[in-house]
Design a protein around this ligand. Sequence first.
Ligand code: G3I
Length: 511
Amino acid sequence: MRATDAFGIGLAMVGATALGSACVDYSNMEPSFATLRQAAQAQGKLIGTAVDGALLSTDSEYARLLAEEFSAVTPENATKWGPLEPQDDTYDFSDADSIVATALDHDQSLKGHVFTWHQQLPSWVESISDPDELRLALREHMETTMARYRGQIKVWDVVNEAVDDNAPAGYRENIFYELLGPDYIEEAFLMAHEADPDALLYYNDYAIERMGHKADFTYQMLRDLVARDIPIHGIGMQSHLSVHRYPAADDLRDNIRRFADLGLRVEISELDGRTSGLTGTLDQQYEAQRIAFQETVASCVLEPGCAGVTLWGFLDEYSWLDDEGTEEHGLLFDDNYEKKPSYWGVMDGLRGKWAKRGPTLVKNGDFEDELDHWVGVDSTLSLESFEDQAHPVACARGRSSSESGLSQVDLLDAFASGGSFTFRAEVRQEGTAPAGINVALIVEQSGQDPSTLSLGYLYLEEGVWRTMRGSFALAWEAPPTSVRLSFSGPDPGVDLCITQVALNQLHPAPG
Ligand code: G3I
């Protein structure tokens, strides 16, 4: 079976309007607010963007939209170690000064980004091999930079992307980890606090938005730092989404809440949305992006512990996403500075409006009709009950391969016209060690091998129930001949149990 994550199927949209999506034309939707900044202010949240200093003087429309639409600013590159201190004790503050001055002129708050990271370090730092030399270099860099902007940049990303992506997660082995060990993280926060005791100090990372092994490791790491009174005040969940697959709102909200319960301010810190994973028409990609942004922004707005959302830029043409050669249409304004549907998705999210949810498309997802509509794949299916689970449960036992498990086969009608969806399920694995569970759609089309869209992956301990959730979008070049929902993943011999499976279509909120 050909497994592909980027779901290489796109639909020839019939009857799509020239401007907006075939569903809703957002270009003339009257928001309750004239700008994102006004909508965010009404909620007591910040709406920010990353800023490229060079554009402030070369693109007047960029500068105008920046001032009108956003209340917060993060220098995209200007306050990173490499751009700021290219040679030891030789600083170039020009770009950072320009961004800071412009933000202060427009009463925008600032977040400095970032002191310790494995990228954009100056070469003289990358060549350090002595731990004390690295400590001294970092301290002097922080002291010099934070002193210059004290009282102006009041929030700093101190540590960025310190956790690796593996399952189970661990520390990323960057130069700081290799020379100073994992304690570099608390050392960095202590140094920053000594350099500016009034600044709020953040940890920032990607792929920690949804519940899972990387978010769990990060949570335990920050819980330990907070418990030991290390001066850490916030966490940035970067949220570089793909519109064909992104964290479900309920999952993101639970995750925001648990970090907020540690006393941390949470921010969506680098929101953008790749569209190339959904090879449908541009209208379809924009529609999926609009809903993905609406769900993500609403998740922050409706969580008291979330301080706000920063987009990682706002004009598609200047997005880092296109630096790798694909056109990702990742932000809010097109090349004519026109608002895209994604702008209205952010506006709806700021207004606290979720996408509308249709009825569940899964048949007998609660197993109240025993095992109707479900089949075992190379395994034996049984209807069971568990003391720690209030609902009937279906288990796949005697699994003969990692592809085997449970499947619902008759979902063609549910997905034939594509769109955006969100799913959830309670899952449990019974094996000897933590194992990864995959939820996927297996799609068959005439004349092609079956293709797989992974909807979510959860790495979980043996014998515990966890909620698995994810949102995704679908588009077809030609209607499929079959679509089935599949739960699989653990090694052969590991039993897989599920219950409370739901899958709902997401529709744009009414105006
Ligand atoms: O400034 C130099 C220029 O002098 C040179 O001519 C040019 C060509 O080599 O490179 C320019 O530097 C580029 C820099 O952006 C400024 O444009 C670097 O090559 C390029 O790698 C750098 O990319 C940045 C990337 O971080 C670096 O990893 C992106 O703009 C920036 O959006 C991106 O942002 C990161 C966040 O900081 C952390 N989270 C992930 C996010 C995306 O990677």
